[in-house]
Design a protein around this ligand. Structure first.
Ligand code: ADP
Ligand code: MG
Length: 381
């Protein structure tokens, strides 16, 4: 029995260590839309880690470009497959790490499909948000004899550099919020409604409420949702029953605004303003990631609301996963290439290795358990 527990603990510990401090990038290619011409794909070839794009119809080497990522998911990959490698991240939230999962890509490339799912949700079609939460509850339930977990969620939108609460309406608008830095327990939007949840259906109800509020607060839901970032944040607090040690972790699940560059000569008024804000925040995100990659002492988190919001979950101890989405249609080739270039820049980042990583309370606890199990085992033998 001791052997088994020890083995389990060591496995868990190694998994957690293994994930430490780098940004993973998974690339997903959307299938052709039903009823649309589908004989010409910009994706010439793909395998588990590499994708080759036809950059021109010219044959030969110069008409192709390959990109390598931690994982590539083709158009037929299921929601389950796409989520399967994300499970260790969910465990680490319960061990006191901060985790950030992004969906990046141009409008229509499948970000919301990956994070939430299609408009008609079924057990098979639900996205990362739902699967992450249901894993979280499942694992916390398995551990309930030794650790008591409290889970609560916030749902926030960033639109034109304003942070709004998707769970609270104020006079027909989503309530405006401020981001605070230097807060304890990782809650840096203290005024956002923080709702305790005990099951995935609680979370689904909140997500539906958030979607409804988002639609009410804006005139055209589709336009708005592609022009703003939405972030579902899950805060977890666990208390070890015997030692009383408390671990806190949080997970941001972010559906980013469409990354397409808006043609400056065409955009006017609101569209131009939105485009400028999106460009600003996505490039701020890129800059933060680059400076983390170069291990610069100053990381420019304060250049956008998005990076401020995620400050505790990017860099250092945090674990970051970016799902990068591309469309297969030739008419979006330009955006596809710039998306892949951005993703390539992100995937070269190795975070945290230069710093002495402070161990989370959860990992300390695991180490202690491993040590005492070893002692107990030695006594037995
Ligand atoms: P985005 O959020 O990036 O703007 P969506 O997730 O809304 O894009 O996807 C655009 C359309 O394509 C939606 O109708 C969606 O259901 C469909 N779609 C996206 N990805 C997939 C996929 N992997 N499989 C099937 N349909 C998809
Ligand atoms: Mg979307």
């Amino acid at each position: 029995k001791y052997h088994k527990v020890l083995e389990e603990n060591c496995k868990l510990y190694n998994q957690v260590q293994d994930l430490k401090g780098n940004i993973r990038v998974y690339c997903r290619i959307r299938p052709f839309m039903p009823g649309k011409p589908n004989h010409l794909s910009t994706v010439e070839d793909l395998d588990e880690r590499t994708i080759t794009i036809l950059t021109s119809s010219k044959y030969g080497k110069e008409g192709r470009k390959s990109f390598t990522f931690n994982k590539v998911f083709g158009p037929s990959a299921s929601q389950e497959e796409v989520f399967s490698d994300t499970q260790p991240l969910i465990r680490s939230v319960l061990d006191g790490y901060n985790v950030c999962i992004f969906a990046y890509g141009q409008t229509g490339s499948g970000k919301t499909h990956t994070m939430t799912g299609p408009s008609e949700l079924t057990k098979e079609s639900v996205g990362v948000n739902f699967r992450a939460l249901s894993d979280l509850f499942l694992i916390s339930d398995q551990r309930k004899d030794s650790i008591a977990y409290d889970v609560s969620v916030q749902m926030i939108e960033i639109y034109n550099e304003q942070v709004r609460d998707l769970l609270v309406m104020d006079g027909g608008l989503n309530r405006r919020l401020e981001i605070r830095n230097n807060t304890q327990n990782g809650v840096n939007v203290p005024d956002a409604n923080l709702v305790p949840v005990t099951s995935t259906s609680d979370v689904i109800n909140l997500m539906n409420l958030g979607q409804k509020n988002r639609a009410v607060g804006s005139t055209a839901m589709n336009v708005r949702s592609s022009r703003s970032h939405s972030c579902l944040t899950v805060h977890v607090q666990g208390r070890y029953v015997t030692s009383g040690t408390v671990v806190r972790g949080c997970m941001h699940l972010v559906d980013l605004a469409g990354s397409e560059r808006v043609d400056k000569s065409e955009a006017v008024g609101d569209r131009l303003k939105e485009a400028q804000h999106i460009n600003k925040s996505l490039s701020a995100l890129g800059d933060v990631i680059s400076s983390l990659a170069q291990k610069q002492s100053h990381v420019p988190y304060r250049n956008s609301k998005l990076t401020q919001l995620l400050q505790d979950s990017l860099g250092g101890q945090a674990k970051t996963l970016m799902f990068v989405h591309i469309s297969p249609e030739p008419d979006t080739l330009g955006e596809t290439i710039s998306t892949l270039k951005f993703a390539e820049r992100v995937s070269t980042v190795e975070l945290g290795s230069a710093r002495v990583n402070k161990e989370s309370a959860g990992v300390k606890e695991l180490k202690q358990q491993i040590a005492s199990l070893k002692v107990a085992l030695a006594r037995k033998e």
